[in-house]
Design a binder for this molecule. Sequence first.
Ligand code: DC
Length: 212
Amino acid sequence: MIIAIDGPAASGKGTLAKRLAAHYGLRHLDTGLIYRAVAHELTSKGMALGDEAAAVSAAQGLDPTTLDDPALKSHQVGTAASVVSAIPAVRAALVEFQRQYANQPPGAVLDGRDIGTVICPNADVKIFVVADAKVRARRRALEARARGEAADEAAILADILARDERDQNRTVAPLKPASDAYLLDNSHLDIEGGVRAAIDIVEAVRAGRREV
Ligand code: DC
């Protein structure tokens, strides 16, 4: 089974994807990490994010074993990832890796922006997670503080809105729900509530029901 989870920055889709994968015994790929790894490779070498040739070469040379580097999780790297991910040749260089990951048995949960629309258009279940931008900024600030980082919630909100705008309006693989995706609004759900809602969607699809 392949499950595609898409949605905007800080929507909680990562946690949902991880929990769904554990629930169904599937592997999980957080595809944001691969764009973060490309961005981090550039910034750590002092290269400009707009250096297309360097970004493409970083994408082509992606080493999946580095994806668990905690440095990739920072807010700054996320913003930088949003910039490099708008480069069509960077996206093209990363398509095959994601599809191969998805297609290995027993299947996988992939979370990102274009999983249901571009990477796995034939996914068995597609969920598009949304949450109010202010709620997302609040959650991101709390996470950052829990990691011991300072967090300015207003700045995080401005950044999230700018990132949504860039991710939604880029020419290649923009952030948008697939026409057959189920919308899950988790603005007012806690983690357990979101997981239950996502499992309900998967079960409804598996049972052949259209309505959840
Ligand atoms: O989900 P995230 O915050 O880790 O993603 C970081 C950036 O990477 C996001 O702003 C846009 C980009 N991204 C993408 O373009 N396509 C994906 N499938 C995943 C992430």
